[in-house]
Ligand binder design. Structure first.
Ligand SMILES: NC(=O)c1ccc[n+]([C@@H]2O[C@H](COP(=O)([O-])OP(=O)(O)OC[C@H]3O[C@@H](n4cnc5c(N)ncnc54)[C@H](OP(=O)(O)O)[C@@H]3O)[C@@H](O)[C@H]2O)c1
Length: 230
């Protein structure tokens, strides 16, 4: 651990975006179980979270710019929002979910947070032919310009995990590449498929370490952090 890390000890208030999704759901379970977490606030567009002692679901209109100022004061934000894979061709919706909502939350909290942790994607670039990759790259660039004590950018390749209704494309790749993860070594290691649970453990683990500044993480470091968190 670097000398400047300040491991999280005091109970924290955490905001979790995307708590109903695959990665967000894993984060929710991990955060709930941690003694370092006093409360998880989960802004949701649907009333879709079971009540819990430690979790507060916040009905939230992500398209209402004024609503962001009403979000509670927290110590850390975990963002696992994402446009569903079967709707990546809907550019307006993708831009809102994968750029506007996260950046508005980050702006709301800049200067006040210990850490802002977010899932983007491997292979993103402002010059990518894929709109999805350009949007995620723009988000990362604009997040870096904000006053955030720690910015943790997680860039997974294919995510592995059980979904209620997996997209056929996702199901196909998961079935083919999941069992062949060991093929992704050396320069290909960052493209190794990673379990949603592993990614969530890495997100929570890095925050608990209190690593400051900008961190960009690919599959190998996610796996290491997940092992450390146990
Ligand atoms: N799947 C992959 O292989 C892969 C690979 C690389 C990166 N990623 C990135 O990883 C992140 C997490 O992926 P995931 O597979 O865990 O996503 P997911 O299971 O599809 O969950 C997405 C979350 O975003 C929320 N959301 C979607 N549209 C919304 C909207 N219009 N307004 C408010 N909330 C909305 C969903 O809430 P609702 O329950 O309300 O729909 C859900 O909580 C995403 O940013 C994704 O781009 C995924």
């Amino acid at each position: 651990m670097s000398a400047s890390c300040r491991p999280r000890r005091a109970p924290a208030q955490v905001l979790l975006l995307g708590a109903t999704g695959l990665v967000g759901g894993c984060c929710l379970q991990l955060l709930k179980a941690r003694p370092e977490v006093a409360r998880v606030w989960a802004p949701l567009r649907h009333d879709s979270l079971a009540a819990d002692d430690k979790v507060t679901a916040l009905p939230f209109d992500f398209d209402d710019a004024a609503a962001y100022a009403t979000l509670p004061e927290v110590d850390a934000v975990f963002c696992c929002l994402g446009q569903p894979l079967d709707r990546l061709d809907q550019r307006d919706a993708l831009f809102r979910v994968d750029y506007q909502y996260p950046i508005q939350v980050a702006r709301r909290y800049q200067g006040t947070l210990d850490a802002f942790s977010i899932v983007t994607s491997v292979g993103i670039s402002r010059w990518s032919p894929l709109y999805y990759c350009r949007v995620k790259a723009r988000l990362e660039r604009d997040l870096r310009d904000l006053d955030l004590a720690a910015l943790h950018l997680f860039q997974p390749s294919l995510l592995l995990g059980d979904r209620d209704s997996p997209h056929p494309w996702q199901h196909w790749f998961q079935g083919r590449l999941g069992p062949r993860r060991s093929w992704f070594r050396g320069p290909l290691a960052r493209f190794r498929p990673v379990g949603a649970e592993t990614l969530a453990q890495a997100m929570v683990g890095l925050w608990l370490r209190g690593e400051p500044g900008l961190s960009r993480l690919y599959a190998p470091r996610m796996e290491t952090l997940a092992r450390e968190l146990g």
